[in-house]
Design a protein around this ligand. Sequence first.
Ligand code: PRT
Ligand code: ZN
Length: 283
Amino acid sequence: MLRLAIQSKGRLNEKSIQLLSDAGIAVDEAARKFLTPASNFPVEVLMLRDDDIPQAVATGAADLGIVGYNEVLEKDMDVKVIMKLGFGGCRLSLAVPQNSGYDNPSWFDGKTVATSYPNILRKHFQALGIHADIRTIAGSVEIAPTVGMGDAIFDIVSSGATLVTNGLKEVERVVESEAVLISSGRLSKENQKILEQIEFRFSSIKGSRGKRYLLMNIPNGKIEEAISIVPAMRSPTVLPLAQEGWSSLHSVVDADVLWDRIEKLKKIGAEGILVLSVEKLVL
Ligand code: PRT
Ligand code: ZN
């Protein structure tokens, strides 16, 4: 049995449970217990505050964890990042009041910066040779300059709307973050095997994100041209149709080029184009 720590509530909770469910690891959410065994896979899920996940994994209280890379970096515990999970994307940035006259990082010399990420910020300033006073606060960092608790802030930014609302502007992106899978690096042989299964399943789910399955009917004379438009992983599947001179062509394309490909396919005579979502992609 392998123990996986996830955030008990908050931004990463739902997506972590969804990822597990997509990976065929069913966690009874209704139970909402601190420790819940999956019903169909040798994993038990430990619900924690995100701040405690790196430590839980480093000390062996959990074998694996799903947590923001920002927390992993800040806590600086002995854990291994196994893979990026493709959700919970954000960045840790320095932000200053709109009218601060900021021009370059040396502006921070002698200033007070409020943050919940003092370790990352300390290292960043050290590397730049900046001497600033770092003030650690637990939450609502963005209001610090308004209420006189700091000249600037170092905080998580996603859309940037919170900064704008508080009259702040982002001046430096320091760390890019997303949810990651971490491990203690000291798994039993049996748990190592379970981890490999989890990695394989998570990768298949990640690989399918942003992909679309395309089916169309195409005149036989246009098959080569169609293949050059939608090349697929190895090569597209081509099946003869009952109607003489026509085939059905199946392929997988990236969602962001989907419309471009459809327009090109229509131009060369493709008909009955059908687009389906891709749930898993095993390469
Ligand atoms: O209770 P617990 O300690 O477990 O949770 P928490 O309150 O510490 O964390 P939570 O649930 O807010 O966030 C968990 C993780 O989600 C973070 O550690 C990040 O890895 C990730 N994440 C992704 C974010 C955001 N996006 C985000 N936008 N965490 C916080 N924010 C905040 C940001 O600080 C800002 O104040 O959301 C606000 C809105 O951001 P904008 O830029 O979109 O306006
Ligand atoms: Zn937290």
